[in-house]
Design a protein around this ligand. Structure first.
Ligand code: SF4
Length: 363
């Protein structure tokens, strides 16, 4: 049975409406939860209390860390910079292979150790010299009101904002939410409805709509990630279809990261993704014309490098999450052939390195 919602955790939620049968429908994500009084939605952190929708995790975090931006992963967004990262609890998807399940599937708020106001988060990011703040670990769609307020506080201090998300969100909140984001890494978890329905409890088409929206109707810097799970979403045919769709609908310059699965949560019977699968995926993406293709969660030197798409020289070399060599000009061009590399680049690469620093935030 659901844990009751206490009035101490209520924060008025946006995006909901009444139904004729007396229930309230949440309008934030395509799960379209329809709730009686006292019920929580599928994400667990939004629910109906005293005849309105409430968000129960506003101002409450599962912890803060300073990470390299490459870890989100974003390889074309201020390389080498540090990002203050946090999440809350719950998730609107139900991925059997969740790699952060202790946070996303948390049904008790003992995981939410840190209280943090938007202003305190922005101040901390500034004090620690972070270029950006990332909403990550669990999907920020479900704590949209909190993430948007944090984003406003960050922008007042010239701190950038990053959403790491599955992109499962309805059109109206999508417009509001991404208007506050400078960059997004969106999980494109597979390229079949069957995988999305069976393995994640969601659907593929709304995610594709979000990707097209981000690419064509916003200025948000976009990169994609696909976690390859042996036997479930790594066939050559599916990867070809995925890459060809990206090339056709989003363009060949959108960076994509193929990352390795490790057995976790409800998917412990499948073994880790071999490096050769990631290399095969990368080759397929190149064949489809994609220009910036990376591998992640494994050590694969070539898959860590940003190559010039015109003259093929290595431009940004990485050793795991650390910049090993940076050759872009101050304008973000290849120094050899002057091709412009897509992304958001400062005059120089920053040098945060591969550290991961836990941080406590007061207020
Ligand atoms: S955000 Fe949560 S409550 Fe709203 S529709 Fe999605 S899963 Fe349901």
């Amino acid at each position: 049975m659901d844990e009751p919602i206490s009035s101490a955790e209520r924060y008025p939620a946006k995006y909901w409406h009444w139904l004729n049968d007396g229930r309230i429908q949440c309008g934030l994500c395509p799960r379209d939860c329809k709730l009686h009084e006292g019920q929580r939605g599928a994400c667990f952190v939004r629910g109906r209390l005293d005849d309105e929708m409430v968000l129960t995790t506003y101002g409450r975090s599962s912890g803060f860390c300073v990470d390299p931006i490459e870890k989100k992963p974003l390889n074309h967004f201020y390389p080498g910079s540090s990002v203050l990262s946090f999440g809350t609890a719950g998730c609107n998807l139900a991925c059997k292979f969740c790699q952060n399940w202790d946070i996303s599937k948390s049904r008790s708020f003992d995981k939410l150790a840190d209280q943090a106001s938007p202003e305190a988060i922005a101040q901390t990011a500034e004090r620690l010299g972070c270029k950006s703040v990332a909403f990550t670990y669990n999907d920020p769609v479900i704590f949209a009101e909190y993430a948007m307020d944090v984003a406003d506080a960050c922008h007042e201090r010239s701190i950038k904002t990053v959403a790491v998300t599955a992109g499962y969100i309805h059109a109206e909140p999508r417009r509001d939410f991404f208007a506050k984001m400078d960059a997004a890494n969106v999980d494109l978890k597979a390229f079949t409805e069957e995988f999305y329905v069976k393995q994640t409890g969601s659907r593929l088409q709304p995610v594709l709509q979000t990707l097209k929206y981000l690419k064509h109707e916003t200025q948000v810097w976009l990169e994609l990630t696909t976690l390859l799970i042996p036997g479930l979403n790594d066939s050559t045919e599916e990867l070809q279809a995925l890459c060809e769709w990206v090339a056709r609908e989003l363009g060949v310059e959108v960076p994509i990261h193929f990352t390795a699965f490790h057995p976790d949560y409800k998917m412990t019977e499948i073994s880790s993704t071999p490096v050769r699968t990631l290399i095969r995926a990368r080759n397929i993406a190149h064949m489809a014309g994609l220009k910036y293709v990376y591998t992640g969660n494994v050590h694969n030197e070539e898959g860590d490098i940003t190559f010039c798409p015109s003259c093929s020289v290595p431009l940004i070399e990485r050793d795991w999450y650390e910049i090993a060599q940076y050759r872009l000009t101050s304008h973000g061009h290849c120094p050899d052939c002057d091709t412009a590399i897509v992304g958001r680049f400062g005059e120089y690469a920053e040098t945060f390195g591969r550290r991961r620093i836990p941080v406590t935030i007061g207020g």
